[in-house]
Write a new protein. Structure first.
Length: 234
């Protein structure tokens, strides 16, 4: 499997929230076939079509994609069809927000990275943590906050080197510099409220932010957010 621009991929996106829909639009613009998912796909068919995407159920999107992007709330992890994803690269964009997802002791006590839990649940899939440390309205090229050197870097992590290289190539297609931060066990370094989370950084700055992360320390909640301009995709 290659992620070069001349190779047209089928991409299944589990979810149709802000991250899922924005990534779907960008990947469709890059020439890939994209299927979003919704509990009521017929109700969102026109919206998906306006982005250049198809839409189906969770099961249909999981089956459709050569590569699958999990863009659901973490509380929906158990809804993902496990067997359908065996052998596939799955990009995990999900973050842990206790008010939404419910308190999970292993995360609150910093004993487990969220993507480790995802990989355990999606056993057989080639899970790569990526695209979780950016706000949806910062994804489109024309709306990105400026960074020194004019190329934003995003972290990724995983236990499968080939899968990470594949996902890094997708980043390049979307004009991001992918930074390999290590294994899934290391992915806590760019989870919610860490120094690299949703902050516009170049490659050197991102390396420093990841190194500065401390497992049991968090930034003030919401400090990474900015107010989007009226023209931005939200």
């Amino acid at each position: 499997m290659k992620a070069h621009s001349e190779h047209r991929l089928t991409v299944g996106i589990l979810g149709a929230g802000e991250i899922g829909m924005t990534l779907g639009k960008l990947l469709a613009q890059a020439g890939h076939e994209v299927m979003l998912s919704s509990r009521r796909p017929e109700a969102r068919a026109a919206e998906a079509a306006s982005l250049g995407c198809r839409i189906g159920t969770l099961e249909q999107a999981a089956a459709f994609g050569e590569i699958v992007i999990a863009a659901l709330p973490l509380l929906a992890l158990d809804d993902i069809p496990v067997d359908t994803l065996a052998g596939k690269v799955v990009i995990d964009t999900m973050n842990y927000y206790p008010p939404r997802d419910g308190a999970i002791a292993a995360f609150d006590e910093y004993r487990e990275a969220t993507s480790e839990r995802v990989a355990q649940r999606l056993h057989g899939a080639r899970v790569v943590k990526a695209f979780n440390a950016i706000l949806a309205y910062d994804l489109p090229r024309e709306e990105r906050p400026p960074v020194e050197g004019n190329r934003r870097a995003l972290p990724l992590a995983g236990d499968d080197e080939d899968a990470k290289a594949f996902v890094a190539a997708l980043h390049a297609q979307l004009d991001f510099d992918a930074f390999d931060s290590g294994s899934l066990a290391d992915s806590w370094r760019f989870e919610r409220a860490k120094p690299a989370y949703c902050i516009p950084l170049n490659r050197m700055q991102l390396r420093a932010a990841l190194a500065a992360a401390e497992r049991d320390k968090e930034l003030p909640h919401g400090s990474w957010r900015r107010k989007p301009r009226a023209t931005e995709v939200r």
